[in-house]
Design a protein around this ligand. Structure first.
Ligand SMILES: [Cu+2]
Length: 460
Protein backbone atom coordinates (compact mmCIF):
# COMPACT_ATOMS: atom_id res chain seq x y z
CA UNK A 1 0.00 0.00 0.00
CA UNK A 2 1.48 3.34 -0.93
CA UNK A 3 1.55 5.26 2.28
CA UNK A 4 3.67 8.35 1.88
CA UNK A 5 3.69 9.84 -1.55
CA UNK A 6 5.89 12.84 -0.82
CA UNK A 7 9.61 13.24 -0.44
CA UNK A 8 10.15 14.84 2.96
CA UNK A 9 13.31 16.61 1.82
CA UNK A 10 11.20 18.58 -0.63
CA UNK A 11 9.13 20.10 2.12
CA UNK A 12 10.08 23.37 3.71
CA UNK A 13 10.32 22.56 7.38
CA UNK A 14 12.68 24.04 9.98
CA UNK A 15 13.31 20.62 11.45
CA UNK A 16 14.82 19.51 8.15
CA UNK A 17 16.84 22.66 7.60
CA UNK A 18 20.62 21.98 7.42
CA UNK A 19 21.30 24.54 10.17
CA UNK A 20 18.83 22.82 12.38
CA UNK A 21 20.42 19.47 11.73
CA UNK A 22 23.87 20.85 12.46
CA UNK A 23 22.99 22.65 15.68
CA UNK A 24 20.47 20.47 17.32
CA UNK A 25 21.55 18.65 20.42
CA UNK A 26 23.55 15.80 18.97
CA UNK A 27 21.64 12.97 20.48
CA UNK A 28 18.20 14.44 19.79
CA UNK A 29 16.98 13.04 16.57
CA UNK A 30 14.55 15.45 14.94
CA UNK A 31 11.34 13.67 14.17
CA UNK A 32 11.66 11.94 10.84
CA UNK A 33 8.04 12.69 10.18
CA UNK A 34 8.24 16.40 10.77
CA UNK A 35 6.31 18.27 8.17
CA UNK A 36 5.34 15.24 6.16
CA UNK A 37 1.84 15.57 4.92
CA UNK A 38 -0.13 12.41 5.31
CA UNK A 39 -2.80 12.37 2.67
CA UNK A 40 -3.23 8.65 3.10
CA UNK A 41 -4.40 7.01 6.25
CA UNK A 42 -1.56 5.19 7.99
CA UNK A 43 -2.99 2.39 10.08
CA UNK A 44 -1.48 2.04 13.55
CA UNK A 45 -0.21 -1.43 12.74
CA UNK A 46 2.02 -0.18 9.93
CA UNK A 47 5.42 -1.65 10.70
CA UNK A 48 7.71 0.10 8.29
CA UNK A 49 7.35 3.02 5.97
CA UNK A 50 9.03 3.37 2.58
CA UNK A 51 12.06 5.27 3.83
CA UNK A 52 12.81 2.61 6.41
CA UNK A 53 11.54 4.54 9.41
CA UNK A 54 9.57 2.68 12.02
CA UNK A 55 6.58 4.86 12.75
CA UNK A 56 5.49 5.63 16.28
CA UNK A 57 1.82 6.14 16.94
CA UNK A 58 -0.37 7.83 19.50
CA UNK A 59 -4.11 7.98 19.66
CA UNK A 60 -6.95 9.47 21.62
CA UNK A 61 -10.69 9.26 21.31
CA UNK A 62 -13.19 11.85 22.30
CA UNK A 63 -16.94 11.84 22.66
CA UNK A 64 -19.27 14.76 23.15
CA UNK A 65 -21.01 15.31 26.48
CA UNK A 66 -23.12 17.95 28.18
CA UNK A 67 -23.46 18.86 31.82
CA UNK A 68 -24.61 21.60 34.17
CA UNK A 69 -21.99 22.64 36.67
CA UNK A 70 -21.05 25.09 39.37
CA UNK A 71 -19.65 28.46 38.40
CA UNK A 72 -21.10 30.67 41.15
CA UNK A 73 -18.82 29.92 44.10
CA UNK A 74 -20.93 32.11 46.39
CA UNK A 75 -23.86 29.74 45.97
CA UNK A 76 -22.40 26.44 44.81
CA UNK A 77 -25.22 24.22 46.03
CA UNK A 78 -27.94 26.11 44.19
CA UNK A 79 -28.89 23.73 41.38
CA UNK A 80 -30.73 26.42 39.44
CA UNK A 81 -27.55 28.46 39.21
CA UNK A 82 -25.55 25.70 37.58
CA UNK A 83 -24.36 26.59 34.09
CA UNK A 84 -24.63 24.15 31.15
CA UNK A 85 -21.34 23.13 29.59
CA UNK A 86 -20.46 20.92 26.65
CA UNK A 87 -17.18 19.15 26.15
CA UNK A 88 -15.09 16.31 24.84
CA UNK A 89 -14.04 13.48 27.05
CA UNK A 90 -12.29 10.20 26.62
CA UNK A 91 -14.45 7.60 25.04
CA UNK A 92 -14.95 4.57 27.20
CA UNK A 93 -16.89 1.40 26.58
CA UNK A 94 -20.47 2.50 26.20
CA UNK A 95 -22.19 4.91 23.90
CA UNK A 96 -24.54 6.10 26.62
CA UNK A 97 -25.17 5.53 30.29
CA UNK A 98 -22.80 6.35 33.11
CA UNK A 99 -20.41 8.07 30.75
CA UNK A 100 -22.91 10.89 30.48
CA UNK A 101 -21.75 11.91 33.93
CA UNK A 102 -18.12 11.89 32.93
CA UNK A 103 -17.62 15.50 32.07
CA UNK A 104 -14.60 17.78 32.10
CA UNK A 105 -14.18 21.49 31.66
CA UNK A 106 -11.87 22.24 29.98
CA UNK A 107 -12.19 19.03 27.97
CA UNK A 108 -9.72 16.28 28.84
CA UNK A 109 -6.16 17.06 27.78
CA UNK A 110 -4.21 15.05 25.20
CA UNK A 111 -0.48 14.52 25.56
CA UNK A 112 1.74 12.87 22.95
CA UNK A 113 5.37 12.77 21.84
CA UNK A 114 7.15 14.70 19.13
CA UNK A 115 7.36 12.68 15.93
CA UNK A 116 4.39 10.45 16.61
CA UNK A 117 1.64 9.88 14.09
CA UNK A 118 -1.54 10.81 15.88
CA UNK A 119 -4.99 9.39 15.38
CA UNK A 120 -7.82 11.33 17.02
CA UNK A 121 -11.22 9.70 16.92
CA UNK A 122 -14.28 11.88 17.33
CA UNK A 123 -17.41 9.99 18.34
CA UNK A 124 -20.29 12.37 18.04
CA UNK A 125 -22.95 10.85 20.21
CA UNK A 126 -24.62 14.15 20.97
CA UNK A 127 -28.19 14.44 19.85
CA UNK A 128 -27.86 18.11 19.01
CA UNK A 129 -25.97 18.03 15.72
CA UNK A 130 -22.51 18.11 14.20
CA UNK A 131 -19.18 18.97 15.74
CA UNK A 132 -15.51 18.86 14.71
CA UNK A 133 -12.11 18.82 16.36
CA UNK A 134 -9.71 21.47 15.17
CA UNK A 135 -6.11 20.89 16.24
CA UNK A 136 -5.13 24.47 16.94
CA UNK A 137 -1.58 25.40 15.96
CA UNK A 138 -0.78 22.19 14.10
CA UNK A 139 -0.61 21.62 10.36
CA UNK A 140 -2.77 18.68 9.37
CA UNK A 141 -4.06 18.27 5.85
CA UNK A 142 -7.29 20.12 5.14
CA UNK A 143 -9.61 17.24 5.85
CA UNK A 144 -7.80 16.44 9.10
CA UNK A 145 -7.77 20.04 10.32
CA UNK A 146 -11.31 20.00 11.67
CA UNK A 147 -12.37 23.36 10.25
CA UNK A 148 -15.84 22.34 9.21
CA UNK A 149 -16.43 24.99 6.59
CA UNK A 150 -13.23 23.95 4.77
CA UNK A 151 -13.79 20.21 4.91
CA UNK A 152 -16.60 18.54 6.77
CA UNK A 153 -18.38 18.46 10.08
CA UNK A 154 -18.73 15.22 11.94
CA UNK A 155 -22.09 13.59 12.53
CA UNK A 156 -23.06 10.35 14.14
CA UNK A 157 -20.70 8.26 12.01
CA UNK A 158 -17.70 9.84 13.64
CA UNK A 159 -14.30 10.51 12.11
CA UNK A 160 -10.69 9.64 12.78
CA UNK A 161 -8.35 12.59 12.33
CA UNK A 162 -4.71 11.93 11.52
CA UNK A 163 -1.68 14.17 11.71
CA UNK A 164 1.99 14.21 12.69
CA UNK A 165 3.24 15.76 15.91
CA UNK A 166 5.97 17.77 14.17
CA UNK A 167 7.02 20.18 16.88
CA UNK A 168 6.94 19.90 20.66
CA UNK A 169 4.88 22.61 22.29
CA UNK A 170 1.69 23.82 23.90
CA UNK A 171 -1.41 23.53 21.73
CA UNK A 172 -5.11 22.99 22.23
CA UNK A 173 -7.98 21.37 20.39
CA UNK A 174 -11.50 22.66 20.00
CA UNK A 175 -14.76 22.25 18.13
CA UNK A 176 -14.97 24.36 14.99
CA UNK A 177 -18.72 24.13 14.42
CA UNK A 178 -20.50 27.41 15.28
CA UNK A 179 -17.13 28.06 16.85
CA UNK A 180 -17.75 31.10 19.06
CA UNK A 181 -20.56 29.31 20.84
CA UNK A 182 -19.17 25.78 20.97
CA UNK A 183 -15.80 26.99 22.24
CA UNK A 184 -17.52 29.07 24.90
CA UNK A 185 -19.55 26.01 25.90
CA UNK A 186 -16.31 24.26 26.85
CA UNK A 187 -15.54 22.23 23.73
CA UNK A 188 -11.79 22.70 24.03
CA UNK A 189 -8.90 21.01 25.79
CA UNK A 190 -5.13 21.18 26.04
CA UNK A 191 -2.97 19.37 23.52
CA UNK A 192 0.66 18.96 24.58
CA UNK A 193 3.49 17.58 22.46
CA UNK A 194 6.53 16.56 24.50
CA UNK A 195 10.12 16.23 23.27
CA UNK A 196 11.85 12.95 24.04
CA UNK A 197 13.85 12.74 27.22
CA UNK A 198 17.38 13.41 25.91
CA UNK A 199 18.87 11.01 28.46
CA UNK A 200 16.80 8.13 27.19
CA UNK A 201 17.66 8.44 23.52
CA UNK A 202 20.08 5.90 22.09
CA UNK A 203 23.60 7.30 22.07
CA UNK A 204 23.02 9.68 24.97
CA UNK A 205 25.91 10.29 27.35
CA UNK A 206 26.10 7.65 30.04
CA UNK A 207 24.24 8.36 33.19
CA UNK A 208 24.36 6.48 36.44
CA UNK A 209 21.82 3.70 35.86
CA UNK A 210 20.03 4.43 39.12
CA UNK A 211 19.50 8.02 38.05
CA UNK A 212 18.43 6.96 34.62
CA UNK A 213 15.76 4.80 36.18
CA UNK A 214 14.22 7.87 37.80
CA UNK A 215 14.18 9.86 34.61
CA UNK A 216 10.70 10.62 33.26
CA UNK A 217 9.65 9.23 29.91
CA UNK A 218 7.72 11.16 27.28
CA UNK A 219 4.81 11.71 27.26
CA UNK A 220 5.45 13.17 30.69
CA UNK A 221 3.02 13.02 33.56
CA UNK A 222 0.81 16.08 34.02
CA UNK A 223 2.31 18.22 36.77
CA UNK A 224 5.90 17.21 36.03
CA UNK A 225 8.67 16.37 36.00
CA UNK A 226 9.49 16.41 32.32
CA UNK A 227 11.48 17.99 29.53
CA UNK A 228 10.68 20.93 27.29
CA UNK A 229 12.40 22.47 24.31
CA UNK A 230 14.22 25.74 25.04
CA UNK A 231 16.02 27.16 22.03
CA UNK A 232 18.03 24.32 20.53
CA UNK A 233 18.18 22.49 23.85
CA UNK A 234 15.85 20.24 25.71
CA UNK A 235 15.73 21.22 29.38
CA UNK A 236 14.27 19.60 32.44
CA UNK A 237 11.52 21.03 34.62
CA UNK A 238 10.40 19.71 37.97
CA UNK A 239 6.87 21.08 38.26
CA UNK A 240 4.37 21.89 35.55
CA UNK A 241 1.34 24.15 35.87
CA UNK A 242 -1.16 24.38 33.02
CA UNK A 243 -3.26 27.48 33.46
CA UNK A 244 -6.08 28.14 31.02
CA UNK A 245 -7.80 31.45 31.68
CA UNK A 246 -11.37 31.67 30.47
CA UNK A 247 -14.44 33.81 31.01
CA UNK A 248 -18.00 32.54 31.12
CA UNK A 249 -21.14 34.37 30.03
CA UNK A 250 -23.98 32.22 31.47
CA UNK A 251 -26.46 33.73 29.00
CA UNK A 252 -24.57 32.12 26.11
CA UNK A 253 -24.62 28.79 27.88
CA UNK A 254 -28.40 28.55 27.50
CA UNK A 255 -28.16 28.86 23.70
CA UNK A 256 -28.76 25.95 21.36
CA UNK A 257 -26.41 24.20 18.91
CA UNK A 258 -26.88 26.56 15.96
CA UNK A 259 -27.65 29.75 17.84
CA UNK A 260 -26.74 32.77 15.78
CA UNK A 261 -26.38 30.84 12.55
CA UNK A 262 -27.50 32.53 9.39
CA UNK A 263 -29.08 30.18 6.94
CA UNK A 264 -30.45 30.60 3.47
CA UNK A 265 -34.14 30.04 3.52
CA UNK A 266 -37.46 31.66 2.99
CA UNK A 267 -37.28 35.40 3.10
CA UNK A 268 -39.66 37.39 5.14
CA UNK A 269 -38.04 38.10 8.46
CA UNK A 270 -37.17 41.80 8.50
CA UNK A 271 -34.20 43.15 10.38
CA UNK A 272 -34.41 45.83 13.05
CA UNK A 273 -34.75 48.48 10.36
CA UNK A 274 -37.54 46.66 8.61
CA UNK A 275 -35.37 45.44 5.74
CA UNK A 276 -35.97 41.95 4.42
CA UNK A 277 -32.53 40.39 4.17
CA UNK A 278 -33.70 37.22 2.52
CA UNK A 279 -32.23 35.12 5.29
CA UNK A 280 -33.62 33.58 8.38
CA UNK A 281 -31.75 33.29 11.62
CA UNK A 282 -32.38 30.06 13.38
CA UNK A 283 -32.64 31.58 16.79
CA UNK A 284 -34.06 34.80 15.46
CA UNK A 285 -31.19 36.64 17.06
CA UNK A 286 -32.26 39.82 15.34
CA UNK A 287 -35.55 39.73 17.18
CA UNK A 288 -33.75 39.18 20.45
CA UNK A 289 -30.66 41.34 20.14
CA UNK A 290 -29.84 40.81 23.78
CA UNK A 291 -29.28 37.15 22.90
CA UNK A 292 -26.93 37.76 19.99
CA UNK A 293 -23.42 36.37 19.84
CA UNK A 294 -21.97 39.82 19.40
CA UNK A 295 -22.83 40.54 23.02
CA UNK A 296 -20.47 38.89 25.46
CA UNK A 297 -20.83 39.82 29.11
CA UNK A 298 -18.89 37.32 31.20
CA UNK A 299 -19.77 36.86 34.84
CA UNK A 300 -17.43 34.04 35.88
CA UNK A 301 -13.65 33.90 35.53
CA UNK A 302 -11.89 30.59 35.64
CA UNK A 303 -8.44 29.05 35.50
CA UNK A 304 -8.40 25.53 34.09
CA UNK A 305 -12.05 25.02 34.93
CA UNK A 306 -11.88 26.32 38.49
CA UNK A 307 -13.90 29.51 39.05
CA UNK A 308 -12.33 32.41 40.90
CA UNK A 309 -11.88 32.75 43.89
CA UNK A 310 -11.52 28.99 44.27
CA UNK A 311 -8.49 29.43 42.01
CA UNK A 312 -6.71 30.61 45.18
CA UNK A 313 -7.33 27.41 47.12
CA UNK A 314 -4.83 24.61 47.69
CA UNK A 315 -7.71 22.28 48.49
CA UNK A 316 -10.90 22.56 46.47
CA UNK A 317 -14.24 22.35 48.31
CA UNK A 318 -15.33 19.40 46.23
CA UNK A 319 -17.71 18.31 48.97
CA UNK A 320 -19.95 21.16 47.82
CA UNK A 321 -20.22 19.55 44.42
CA UNK A 322 -18.82 16.04 43.90
CA UNK A 323 -18.88 16.67 40.18
CA UNK A 324 -15.93 18.97 40.67
CA UNK A 325 -13.84 16.07 41.92
CA UNK A 326 -11.95 15.83 38.63
CA UNK A 327 -10.52 19.32 39.02
CA UNK A 328 -7.01 19.95 40.29
CA UNK A 329 -6.24 22.86 42.61
CA UNK A 330 -4.70 25.72 40.65
CA UNK A 331 -1.83 27.05 42.84
CA UNK A 332 1.61 25.73 41.98
CA UNK A 333 4.07 24.52 44.59
CA UNK A 334 7.77 24.47 43.78
CA UNK A 335 11.00 24.23 45.76
CA UNK A 336 13.35 27.18 45.41
CA UNK A 337 15.98 25.03 43.70
CA UNK A 338 13.48 23.60 41.24
CA UNK A 339 12.25 24.71 37.83
CA UNK A 340 8.58 25.47 37.27
CA UNK A 341 7.12 25.32 33.77
CA UNK A 342 3.90 27.31 33.35
CA UNK A 343 1.88 26.76 30.21
CA UNK A 344 -0.58 29.62 29.71
CA UNK A 345 -3.53 29.55 27.33
CA UNK A 346 -5.81 32.56 26.99
CA UNK A 347 -9.22 31.05 26.24
CA UNK A 348 -10.98 34.35 26.95
CA UNK A 349 -12.91 36.34 24.36
CA UNK A 350 -11.21 39.43 25.70
CA UNK A 351 -7.61 40.16 26.55
CA UNK A 352 -5.92 38.32 29.42
CA UNK A 353 -3.44 40.45 31.30
CA UNK A 354 -1.10 38.38 33.49
CA UNK A 355 1.02 39.65 36.38
CA UNK A 356 3.46 37.33 38.12
CA UNK A 357 4.23 39.10 41.38
CA UNK A 358 7.62 38.58 42.99
CA UNK A 359 9.04 36.19 40.39
CA UNK A 360 10.80 36.78 37.10
CA UNK A 361 9.55 34.59 34.27
CA UNK A 362 11.35 33.54 31.11
CA UNK A 363 9.23 33.15 27.98
CA UNK A 364 10.58 30.16 26.05
CA UNK A 365 7.78 29.56 23.56
CA UNK A 366 4.83 31.36 22.03
CA UNK A 367 1.82 29.75 20.44
CA UNK A 368 3.44 26.34 20.25
CA UNK A 369 6.66 27.65 18.72
CA UNK A 370 10.01 27.51 20.51
CA UNK A 371 11.89 30.82 20.70
CA UNK A 372 15.51 30.87 19.61
CA UNK A 373 15.47 27.66 17.63
CA UNK A 374 17.67 27.38 14.57
CA UNK A 375 17.21 28.66 11.90
CA UNK A 376 15.25 31.42 13.63
CA UNK A 377 17.89 32.55 16.13
CA UNK A 378 18.60 35.88 14.45
CA UNK A 379 15.20 37.31 15.31
CA UNK A 380 13.94 35.09 18.08
CA UNK A 381 15.22 34.22 21.53
CA UNK A 382 13.85 33.36 24.96
CA UNK A 383 13.33 36.53 27.00
CA UNK A 384 12.71 37.58 30.58
CA UNK A 385 9.72 39.42 31.96
CA UNK A 386 10.59 40.99 35.30
CA UNK A 387 8.53 40.26 38.40
CA UNK A 388 5.42 42.42 38.58
CA UNK A 389 5.51 43.50 34.94
CA UNK A 390 2.20 42.60 33.27
CA UNK A 391 1.88 41.08 29.82
CA UNK A 392 -1.15 40.37 27.68
CA UNK A 393 -2.41 37.49 25.58
CA UNK A 394 -5.38 37.61 23.25
CA UNK A 395 -7.75 34.73 22.54
CA UNK A 396 -6.07 31.41 21.69
CA UNK A 397 -2.52 32.61 22.41
CA UNK A 398 -0.10 30.54 24.49
CA UNK A 399 3.09 31.39 26.36
CA UNK A 400 5.38 28.78 27.93
CA UNK A 401 7.22 30.21 30.93
CA UNK A 402 10.14 28.91 32.95
CA UNK A 403 10.45 30.10 36.53
CA UNK A 404 13.53 29.31 38.63
CA UNK A 405 12.98 30.73 42.11
CA UNK A 406 15.91 31.47 44.42
CA UNK A 407 16.17 30.79 48.14
CA UNK A 408 15.34 34.45 48.84
CA UNK A 409 12.01 34.02 47.05
CA UNK A 410 10.52 31.44 49.41
CA UNK A 411 6.91 32.43 50.06
CA UNK A 412 3.57 32.87 48.32
CA UNK A 413 3.59 34.88 45.09
CA UNK A 414 0.33 36.04 43.60
CA UNK A 415 -0.46 35.46 39.94
CA UNK A 416 -3.13 37.86 38.76
CA UNK A 417 -5.18 37.42 35.60
CA UNK A 418 -7.26 40.40 34.54
CA UNK A 419 -9.88 39.86 31.85
CA UNK A 420 -10.44 42.93 29.71
CA UNK A 421 -12.72 43.88 26.87
CA UNK A 422 -10.41 43.82 23.88
CA UNK A 423 -11.73 47.09 22.46
CA UNK A 424 -12.68 49.22 25.45
CA UNK A 425 -10.06 47.60 27.76
CA UNK A 426 -12.68 47.75 30.50
CA UNK A 427 -11.91 45.24 33.23
CA UNK A 428 -14.48 42.43 33.13
CA UNK A 429 -13.14 40.59 36.12
CA UNK A 430 -10.15 38.81 37.60
CA UNK A 431 -8.91 35.41 38.61
CA UNK A 432 -5.96 34.96 40.90
CA UNK A 433 -3.82 32.12 42.09
CA UNK A 434 -0.41 31.59 43.69
CA UNK A 435 3.00 30.15 43.17
CA UNK A 436 4.17 28.78 46.52
CA UNK A 437 7.96 28.68 46.65
CA UNK A 438 9.00 26.35 49.45
CA UNK A 439 12.23 25.13 50.98
CA UNK A 440 13.93 21.85 50.19
CA UNK A 441 11.97 18.81 51.27
CA UNK A 442 8.75 20.76 51.75
CA UNK A 443 6.86 19.43 48.80
CA UNK A 444 6.70 20.71 45.32
CA UNK A 445 6.48 18.49 42.32
CA UNK A 446 2.76 17.97 42.64
CA UNK A 447 0.52 18.38 39.65
CA UNK A 448 -1.49 21.55 39.48
CA UNK A 449 -4.19 22.80 37.20
CA UNK A 450 -3.73 20.26 34.48
CA UNK A 451 -6.14 22.03 32.21
CA UNK A 452 -9.14 19.88 32.63
CA UNK A 453 -8.83 17.14 35.09
CA UNK A 454 -7.55 13.65 35.16
CA UNK A 455 -4.50 12.99 33.15
CA UNK A 456 -5.35 11.15 30.00
CA UNK A 457 -2.21 9.62 28.73
CA UNK A 458 -2.95 7.48 25.72
CA UNK A 459 0.57 6.10 25.51
CA UNK A 460 0.83 4.47 28.89
CU1 LIG B 1 -19.27 21.60 18.57
Amino acid sequence: MPIISRDPTQLANPALHPDFQANINVFIEPPKWAGILTPDYIPPNSALLPDGVTPRFASASRRVSKKRRVMDTSDPTNESKKVPFWGFHEKGGGETGEEENDYHFPSQPIRIVEGQIFHGKLHNTSIGGQHTIHWHGLEPTGHNDGVGKLSMEVGSKGYEYQWVASAAGTYFYHCHRNTPLHFEMGMYGMLLIDPQNPRRVAGAPRLNPSRLRDEPLAPYAFGGPGYVRRGNDIVRYDVEAIWVSDDVDPVWHEFSHNHGFADTGPAGIPDANGNDLGVKFEDVAMHHPERSLHLFRPQYFVISGVPHPWTRLDVLPVALDPELAFLSPIPARVQFDQTLLVRLLCASYGVCRYTFEGLDVEVIAMDGRVLGQTPHTRYSAPFKIAAGVPFELTAARRFDLLIRPTSSEVGAHRVLVEFKDRITKVNWGIAETFIHVVGRGQGGGQGQGVGGGRANNPNR
